[in-house]
Design a protein around this ligand. Structure first.
Ligand code: 5GP
Length: 200
């Protein structure tokens, strides 16, 4: 799975390469296509901004089905040792009576997904399921059902293929594991020369 990348002083390595991502995302697209083969209306795929946008783009192109797409953005912050999640961009679709699929990049503690599910169930969808590219199941705090999982991964911090560190690194075709998060936190540009040939 891994291939050491030397630039960046060993601070990162390829975690899941583009071919493997394409293969697995393709299979998830087929799975979802089968799930909704006899649905009365196209399912609405709801991507959670911004990390899941690349995954969504590849996933829907792998689905042999008619689909609708919508976006939500949420923000989470910690106060008094509790993590609060709130919606900062809501859906354009009315999802009442519709089949809905939440498209996530990563399910980590499960707090975000639990909040999203609760908020969407209140709107009366016909069905609700979740597809996530990555599942850090070992880090779960809140048990939450995830019907379609791309890769179950250990507790590593990843960037690329849509996922960021402080807004950077979303636009790499491969997914990288950050081996020294403290170093990256001290120097957020650390991975730029290695990941982008024309680094400024
Ligand atoms: P949860 O509420 O499940 O703890 O958080 C899920 C969110 O945390 C993901 O959608 C993602 O935005 C962020 N996250 C968790 N792990 C990682 C990671 O390894 N890399 C990046 N870039 N974001 C992560």
């Amino acid at each position: 799975m891994t291939e050491v990348a030397t630039a960046g002083g060993g601070a990162y390595e390829i975690f899941i390469g583009r071919e493997r991502l394409a293969e697995r995302v393709g299979a998830l697209g087929e799975e979802l296509g089968e799930r909704f083969a006899n649905a009365p209306e196209p399912p609405i795929l709801i991507a959670v901004l911004k990390g899941s946008t690349m995954f969504l783009a590849d996933l829907i192109r792998a689905m042999p089905a008619d689909v609708a797409v919508d976006f939500m953005a949420i923000s989470s912050y910690s106060s008094n040792e509790a993590t609060q999640v709130r919606i900062v961009k809501d859906l354009e679709h009315d999802i009442t009576g519709r089949d809905v699929v939440i498209v996530e990049d990563i399910v980590d503690t499960g707090l975000t997904l639990t909040y999203l599910k609760r908020s969407l169930v209140e709107r009366g969808p016909r069905s609700l399921c979740t597809v996530t590219l990555l599942d850090k199941s070992a880090r779960r705090i809140v048990p939450v059902e995830v019907e379609h999982i791309g890769f179950d991964i250990p507790d590593v911090f990843v960037v690329g293929y849509g996922m960021d560190f402080q807004g950077r690194y979303r636009n790499t075709p491969d997914l990288y594991a950050v081996k020294d998060l403290a170093r990256l936190a001290n120097d957020p540009l650390l991975l730029v020369p290695g990941l982008f040939a024309s680094a400024h």
